[in-house]
Write a protein that binds this ligand. Sequence first.
Ligand code: NI
Length: 296
Amino acid sequence: IMTRKKPLAAAVIAACLLITGTGCTMLPAGNPSMGIIDIVPTPAPELTSTPKPTPALQTPPVATASPEPAVTDALAAATPDPNVGLPPQETPDPSKPMVALTFDDGPSKKTERILDVLEQYGAHATFFVVGIQLEKFPEIVKRASDLGCEIGNHTYNHKNLTKISPDEMREQINGVNRLVLEATGKEPALVRPPYGAGIKDETVKANVAYPLIMWTIDTLDWSTRDTQSTLEAIRKDMKDGSIVLMHDLYDPTAAAVETIVPELIEQGYQLVTVSEMFAAKGIALEPGKYYRKAFE
Ligand code: NI
C-alpha cells in the first residue's frame, strides 16, 4: 500500500477519490487507492442547518429518562435509573466485562445521533477527531466530552504519519490537541494513527509522544455503509477488552450504534472509553507505543 510509484499514481488516486468522495480510515490490503490522499467527506447541504443547541451541563440520563416533577436534580443524580446503564463518569468495575467503542474521522452531523444513544444509556465512547472536522463542529465535541466520552487525536487532516516528517507529525498532533483543549477544556491523551499506519515505523514511535491506539474489531463500516454488516462484525468478535472501530460519518453506522449499545449493556458489558478500559485493566499506556486491545 505504502510503496507506490508517486506522481502518476497519486494523480489517478486523487481523481478516483474525488469521484468516490470516500473518507475511510482503514484500507484493506486489496484497496490501495485509499492510502495516500486525505479526503474527509463533508455533508455539505447540512452545513447550513442549525446545530442542535448543546446544553451547558449534561445531567445524568435519569433526568431525561423519568419525567418526575417532584424529584430534584440532586435526588435524581443520587438515584440512577437501573434501566439506563452507567451514569456518566462512573468508574468501570474491573470485575465486569467492558468494551471501548471508538469513532474516527469526525465530528460530523452524524455524531449527534450517536451521542443521543450514548446519553440515553449513560454509555461512554471514544472519538478520534480530525482537526478540519473539529473546526466545523466544536460544539459536538464539547457535548461528547461533557457526556464523559473521550476525545482522541486523529491528526489535523488525516495524515499518514509514515509519510510526513517528525516536525509535521508534531504539527498534525499538537494542532488538534490545541483545538480539543479549546473546545472541551481537556487535552487528548491518545492518538489513533490514520490508516492504522506506523506500527512498524520507529520514526513515528519516536516522535509521537502519545499512546497509539489501534483496534480489535474493524467493522469496515466506511466501506459497507451497512447497518447489518456493522452489527455482525461487532457481534462476531466481541469479548471483554475489545476496541471497536467505526466512523461517525454515516447514518448506517449511527443506526448500528442504536442497536448495539443497549444490546451490549444487556449482555453485561460496560461501555467505556479507551483510557477508562486500560486503566481498569491495569495496563499503563505509554507514549510512542501501539495498543490493539486490553486483553491477553
Ligand atoms: Ni481515519
